[in-house]
Design a protein around this ligand. Structure first.
Ligand code: PLP
Length: 474
């Protein structure tokens, strides 16, 4: 008999206890739809000649029931999930960049749960401005006269170019026409803004005189871009910002710097990996009229784009119609303000997870790796050893910087590194780790302290699982 003939009617199927319970929680229509889809899937499995299909009506009903429940379950599970980042890449673009501080989370929860003065002047009892939030703090920590917040740094750069250079030329060095992770390409953003790209210099060398020669009555602004994840080495030249500022001032043109990472450098920070990272404060002091940077890179806050600098220019951005489309929401303001408050004092800065991770020494990390090693003791077939390695800041900041770390290299007898890595990734929570020299390596730098027990449990379980799969194959 063909499977097709074993498929019960939808009505009959929905009378099964598990499915009638599902109807109770999801409603008749949704479960009926899922049952139709399951029946169609069974028919097409038969057409494809798949092996192991149900042989009796009861088997078919069980098959369909399982399929319906799985589908409903998958449909109503959030797709955005927490993962454990054991890669050692602090601002991992694919893993959501900066984890937030407890303070920022608490602030977001407070503002999210009720109403707020987002656009209300409580003192005057009149309409207020969203833009007022975070501005005072941003100015305090960067030294800028004015600042505004949009959705992300790509939006910040787009807004600057549109408001200040649409229909005119934006001068950019050929060495800075870069693509940054996630499809941010300087020439494409420029094209979207309605400004015309005026390239100057060469890929490896651009001088102040190249900029000066390109300036004309068509020029709208000069843009400098932090090359982020890309570095040109060897025979290179890039003008100092202050030398370039002399020229742009002479012609009365805005000098804009897209810094990307948003290192604030409030009062000389100790993170050695970032010694060469240009800070927002230095850039403004060096003569940039506007600086654009991300909220969720080295700043360690929520996804946001910040433009800081000259009051008259920031006001022009704020009044541009595009501002309405790019504006940040109240939760972003809440989280950003809490983050900036932590930045304002050196003693509270280490409450930002990104800061803590940057400052962790190989000794700190080794101590944590040893704890993990001890917790893995006795897992059948598991071998672990401590090795030297490198963590990275990621997120297109400090491109050359690698931070010395200590890794726990984990191997399971008879199981390849790729298989173990995949098993870790498929766990709940997923553990994302790297493979190095045929072993899965775990960098505790990016594992949150409260995740340590969970990580040990996950590695142990993955070890047991991948070994079971291996012995079954044998
Ligand atoms: C990261 C980065 C961007 C894009 O910032 P988002 O916040 O991801 O939109 C733009 N420019 C530079 C130099 C960057 O490093």
């Amino acid at each position: 008999m063909t499977v097709r003939r074993l498929i019960p009617s939808i009505d009959l199927l929905l009378q099964r206890p598990a499915l009638s319970a599902a109807v109770g929680s999801h409603g008749q229509n949704r479960v009926t739809d899922a049952a139709r889809i399951a029946a169609a899937a069974l028919r097409s499995a038969e057409e494809r000649g798949e092996p192991g299909l149900p042989a009796t009506s009861e088997d078919a009903a069980t098959w369909l029931e399982g399929r319906v429940l799985d589908d409903l379950n998958r449909l109503f599970t959030p797709s955005l999930r927490r993962v454990i980042n054991a890669t050692g890449v602090i601002l991992h673009t694919n893993l959501g960049r900066a984890p937030l501080s407890t303070e920022a989370i608490a602030r977001a929860a407070l503002i999210a749960a009720g109403y707020s003065n987002l656009e209300y002047d409580v003192d005057a009892g009149t309409r207020g401005h969203r833009r007022a939030h975070a501005e005072r703090l941003l100015c305090a920590v960067t030294g800028a006269d004015a600042a505004l917040v949009v959705n992300n740094n790509a939006a910040a750069v787009l807004l600057v170019l549109t408001a200040l250079a649409a229909g005119r030329e934006a001068i950019v060095s050929r060495g800075e026409l870069v693509e940054i992770g996630g499809g941010f390409r300087v020439p494409e953003i420029l094209a979207q803004s309605g400004a015309t790209l005026r390239e100057v210099g060469t890929t490896n060398r651009t001088r102040v005189s190249d900029y000066a020669a390109a300036i004309s009555e068509r020029t709208g602004l000069v843009l400098r871009v932090h090359p982020s994840n890309f570095r040109i080495t060897g025979f290179t030249e890039r003008p100092r910002l202050d030398d370039l500022a002399v020229i742009t001032r002479r012609f009365g043109l805005p000098l804009v710097e897209d810094l990307g990472s948003g290192w604030l450098d409030a009062d000389g920070d100790p993170a050695p990996a970032l010694a060469d990272e240009p800070s927002v404060r230095e850039s403004l002091r060096g003569g940039a009229d506007l600086v654009a940077f991300s909220g969720d890179k080295l700043l360690g806050g929520p996804q946001a784009g910040i433009v800081a600098g000259r009051r008259d220019l920031v006001d022009r951005l704020g009044q541009h119609p595009l501002m309405r489309a790019l504006r940040a929401d109240k939760l972003t303001y809440a989280m950003l303000e809490a983050t900036l408050l932590l930045w304002a004092q050196p003693s509270t800065r280490t409450r930002l997870p990104v800061h803590r991770m940057l400052l962790m020494t190989p000794q700190d990390i080794e101590a944590r790796a040893r704890r993990l090693d001890a917790a893995l003791e006795g897992t059948p077939g598991l071998r672990a050893r401590l090795i030297d390695g490198a963590s990275t800041t990621g997120g297109g900041s400090a491109p050359d910087s690698s931070l010395p770390t200590r890794l726990l290299a984990v191997e399971i007898d008879g199981v390849g590194a790729a298989a173990l890595e995949a098993t870790l990734r498929h766990g709940d929570p997923a553990v994302i780790a790297r493979i190095q020299d045929e072993a899965v390596v775990i960098d505790m730098r990016t594992v949150m302290p409260e995740e340590e027990d969970e990580l040990a449990h996950a590695v142990r379980r993955a070890g047991e699982r991948s070994r079971k799969a291996f012995t079954m194959k044998k």
